[in-house]
Design a protein around this ligand. Structure first.
Ligand code: ARG
Length: 462
């Protein structure tokens, strides 16, 4: 027979090229656990509704358990001629239990089967990524608490702007990760409906219980429209979109790690565990993990774009094009998980050079805004006027080649006679950050409070 599943209609074997273009087993074998779980739920339901006998269902479930342990032990032989994970499992089931295996596919199609498997798989990956993001947030919040008062330059246009604290900078990424987790949670809630029972596209005439299989597999409910159930992949798009945004966040931080650890900047040291050496330059320590996180964002965004292009204009219901949904999402979510874990490790191990950061924070007249604010507050100058006065004082300091807090009072008085020595209280970087007590600001006591709030929240498992 040409093919076990549809040999009745076919005389000849497929061309080897047909087999190669058609097969998805090289990647969808990763769905084996979900495929077996869904088949077990389906078999149990078929018995419960009297569509197959309890005896056959028992054989089927037992056979599926055997297959699961064969795959996990690395003893299962995947065959490309059997195209995909569904037919590989079913074919082995027949070898193990004989003709009863043929009853498993009653009231089911590979179309609802693959849609079910992939939803379960994506759901599992979301749970894994969520846990990884929580660990990443914890590592960031712990470092932030330890460095709530460590002053560093804050940048706009990558020019020294105003002093901030290292802890405040790290907590910005905790906030981003929280929104990323929220997006994944939203995607998870929407994808958690069962396509099983939609069969090929129209539903089935067998008296199946879709609510039962949905509940067994942890879905909230069965999907309401059979065509939608087999044809839709928006759950993959949505998860990839959440993943792409998360990856972009990680890539921004990764780029900062590359910058900070460059000897030109020297804000942080990275550990041996997350860097590599050079085969020719003995002095080098390269931030490869950070660079790769930065790069993987490109692949993850690419997977989203690729699937958009596959889905666009695709008529209902199942089209084989949909098989192209898997490689990208398997690759992308794997890359994202690895990226999060690598960032967590780098954050835990990174050692800021506190003195160097503080020194850099004072360069580039970073407290000029503090001076303008002081002029506004103490002398009641309109802010625009204070800005102009400050600009002239900065120009004087630059001409003298000194920092703002090293410019003599007399030089400042020459620009604005009402300035008093009280101005020096706001010109030091430590005073600058301490004064930013507005909600969301960089004052060390705010940063410590936010870090503690996060650690408490993360401890509660949120
Ligand atoms: N390997 C297929 C996929 O990933 C399974 C569904 C095949 N269905 C079909 N009608 N040929 O989409």
């Amino acid at each position: 027979m040409s093919n076990k599943m549809w040999g009745g209609r076919f005389g000849a074997k497929p061309d080897p090229i047909m087999e190669e273009i058609n097969a998805s087993i090289d990647f969808d074998r990763q769905l084996y656990r979900q495929d077996i779980a869904a088949s077990k739920a389906h078999a149990a339901m078929l018995a419960k509704t009297g569509i197959i006998t309890a005896k056959d269902a028992k054989r089927i479930v037992h056979g599926l358990d055997t297959i699961l342990s064969e795959i996990e032990a690395g003893k299962f032989v995947f065959k490309r001629a059997l195209e995909d994970i569904h037919m590989n499992v079913e074919s082995r089931l027949e070898e193990l239990i004989g003709p009863a295996a043929g009853r498993l596919h009653t009231a089911r199609s590979r179309n609802d089967q693959v849609a079910t498997d992939l939803r379960l798989w994506v759901r599992d990956r979301i749970d894994g990524i969520d846990a990884a993001l929580a660990a990443y947030q914890r590592a960031l919040a712990e470092k932030a608490l330890a460095h709530a008062a460590t002053v560093m330059p804050g940048f706009t246009h990558l020019q020294t702007a105003q002093p901030v604290t290292f802890g405040h900078h790290l907590l910005a990424y905790v906030e981003m990760a929280a929104r990323d987790r929220g997006r994944f949670a939203d995607a998870r809630a929407r994808l958690n409906e069962s396509p099983l029972g939609a069969a090929a596209l129209a539903g089935t005439s067998f008296p199946i219980d879709r609510a039962l299989t949905a509940a067994t597999l942890g879905f909230a409910r069965p999907m309401a429209n059979s065509l939608d159930a087999v044809a839709d992949r928006d759950f993959v798009l949505e998860t990839l979109a959440a993943g792409a945004i998360a990856a972009v966040h990680l890539s921004r931080f990764a780029a900062e790690i590359v910058l900070w650890s460059s000897p030109l900047v020297g804000f942080i040291g990275l550990s041996d565990r997350f860097t590599t050496g050079s085969s020719i330059m003995p002095q080098k320590r390269n931030p490869d993990a950070a660079e790769l996180v930065r790069a993987k964002a490109g692949r993850i965004v690419g997977a989203l774009t690729a699937l958009f292009a596959v889905m666009k204009g695709l008529p209902l219901a199942y089209q084989k094009d949909l098989q192209e949904d898997k490689e990208g999402v398997i690759d992308a979510l794997g890359a994202l998980k690895l990226s999060v874990d690598a960032m967590t490790g780098m954050v835990r191990d990174m050692e800021p050079d506190v003195a160097r950061m503080r020194h850099a924070a004072g360069e580039g007249y970073a407290t000029a805004t503090d001076l303008a604010d002081w002029l506004t507050r103490a002398l009641d100058l309109p802010f625009r006027e204070a800005h102009r006065v400050t600009g002239r004082i900065v120009a004087k300091a630059a001409a003298a080649g000194v920092a703002l807090d090293k410019l003599p009072l007399a030089a400042m008085k020459a620009v604005e006679p009402r300035i008093t020595k009280a101005v020096f209280d706001v010109l030091a970087v430590g005073e600058s950050v301490k004064s930013r007590t507005v909600y969301g600001g960089t004052a060390p006591k705010n940063v410590a409070a936010q870090a503690k709030r996060w650690l408490k929240r993360l401890q509660k498992g949120a």
